[in-house]
Write a protein that binds this ligand. Structure first.
Ligand SMILES: [Fe+2]
Ligand SMILES: [Fe+2]
Length: 217
């Protein structure tokens, strides 16, 4: 049972972006199980808390790349902007947690991110492409699942449903941005091949365990 906090209204979304056809722009190797959204709905507050942590981690991942690759000018402004946008999403999710009376707190992470990053090669010449493309796949899966949540939430929490629908465009854009940044640092054919390999690994990670009440669980 999650702790209850005083009710407050979330900050307004910065854009009124319309939902996208994610399948047309993402590079995922599998579709989420159709039962996932109804299972997630049964653990909505835990999913929302996980989402808050994910937005913060997404900002941190972009900032980490900035620190690790100061020698890549092409990365600096896009990743800085991406980190700011993810922190804005973090604040919005905190607002929805507060509105629902759920206190923000530490949470045991699911297995997804650790298993996904296990495919990253440690050699310096591979680290950047792998990290960018793992980021791209995480953004793509988030986009797909936000769309599923927006659908099932329509009759449960219309405000939250609108929020998730509004996130589709930004997460799809983040996916494309990570792919574009990889293509600006590596040969496009190498990027496409590695993206397909990481997407296949991500699909296997999702398929390997029982449901966890996490956005990527
Ligand atoms: Fe985000
Ligand atoms: Fe994102």
């Amino acid at each position: 049972m999650l702790a209850r906090a005083p009710r407050a209204r979330p900050p307004a979304a910065p854009t009124g972006a319309a939902p996208l056809d994610c399948a047309a722009v993402l590079h995922l190797a599998s579709n989420t199980d159709p039962d996932w959204a109804s299972r997630a709905l049964a653990h909505l507050d835990e999913i929302l808390l996980d989402h808050a942590h994910l937005e913060k981690k997404a900002a941190g991942a972009a900032v980490n790349l900035l620190f690790r690759h100061p020698d890549r000018p092409v990365l600096q402004v896009p990743l800085s902007a991406l980190a700011r946008e993810e922190l804005c999403h973090f604040e919005q999710v905190l607002g929805h947690l507060a509105r629902r009376g759920v206190r923000f707190a530490a949470q045991r992470p699911g297995r997804y991110a650790g298993r996904l990053h296990a495919i990253a090669r440690p050699e310096p010449q591979h680290h950047l492409i792998d990290t960018l493309l793992i980021g791209a796949v995480i953004e793509a899966r988030s986009c797909e699942r936000f769309g599923l949540l927006a659908e099932v939430l329509a009759d449960v929490d219309a405000e939250l449903a609108r929020f998730y629908a509004s996130l589709l465009a930004s997460e799809a854009r983040h996916h494309g941005e990570y792919v574009r940044l990889a293509e600006s640092c590596y040969a496009p054919e190498a990027v496409r091949a590695r993206l397909a390999g990481i997407a296949a690994h991500e699909a296997a990670v999702l398929a390997e365990g029982p449901f966890q009440p996490r956005l990527h669980g």
